[in-house]
Design a protein around this ligand. Structure first.
Ligand SMILES: Cc1cc2nc3c(=O)[nH]c(=O)nc-3n(C[C@H](O)[C@H](O)[C@H](O)COP(=O)(O)O)c2cc1C
Length: 209
């Protein structure tokens, strides 16, 4: 006879499921091995098509419902979000058997203390990308990193990154919906939580998986 593994305490508990979701998301910002470290972030382009890309999660906070990502201010997604600020974010933790879909809106920040701090806390190697001479996604006749020749294959010094700062942006994602799917042999569980701005609280309900 096959034995079904013990079920986790959140299995039939909406509040514990919600807590478990954020317990997976939040450490993703610092834990490189976490699947939440590199979620898929979706925007809607001018043609109404969903545009998906992997991004590194830099910060997540359940109290503010905010996630932080870094990107090049010249990238196509910046234009997408200026036209339509809705964002969807997808994570799948195969060990935990948990899929999370987050929904919300994006604001882009290129100036201010938070941007200065995020810029300063990134490695010089990570910041080198922002030295690219042309916008990400621009066509090239030759294979290219986009970087100027003088820094190709080198780690920049702090003082060489000055002009790159202008291309650096934070994407703040304010989460207002979260959907959860937990896979279990005993029967899957699906739930959705919605942020109620007037009540300043989340309300959740189970869904048929
Ligand atoms: C593992 C991984 C991590 C990435 N992290 C980021 C990131 O933090 N920020 C970013 O803008 N692009 C990141 N990218 C590149 C994006 O997936 C995408 O190619 C790029 O942002 C251009 O997207 P866009 O043309 O839709 O703007 C990452 C790609 C991979 C594979």
């Amino acid at each position: 006879m096959t034995t079904i593994p013990a079920l986790p305490d959140f299995y039939n508990d909406l509040d514990l499921s919600f807590t478990k979701a954020w317990d997976l998301i939040e450490p993703g910002a610092s834990k490189r091995s976490s699947p939440a470290h590199t979620p898929v972030v979706g925007s809607v382009d001018a043609a109404g098509l969903s545009q998906l890309r992997v991004m590194v999660l830099r910060e997540a906070d359940r109290n503010t419902r905010r996630l932080r990502f870094h990107t090049d201010s010249r990238s196509a997604k910046i234009e997408d979000f200026a036209e339509d600020d809705r964002v969807s974010i997808l994570m799948y933790d195969a060990t935990e058997k948990l899929q999370l879909r987050l929904f919300g809106t994006v604001s882009v920040q290129t100036e201010g203390a938070a941007v200065d701090a995020a810029w300063a806390s990134s490695t010089t190697f990570a910041r080198r990308c922002y030295l690219a001479e042309k916008a990400p996604g621009i066509g090239s006749d030759l294979p290219t990193s986009g970087l100027p020749a003088w820094i190709e294959g080198r780690q920049p010094l702090e003082e060489q990154l000055g002009e790159a700062r202008a291309n650096f942006a934070i994407l703040w994602c304010d989460i207002t919906e979260m959907e959860w799917l937990y896979l279990a042999n005993a029967g899957h569980r699906r739930a959705r939580w919605t942020w109620d701005g007037s009540l300043q609280s989340w309300s959740g309900r189970w869904l048929v998986p």
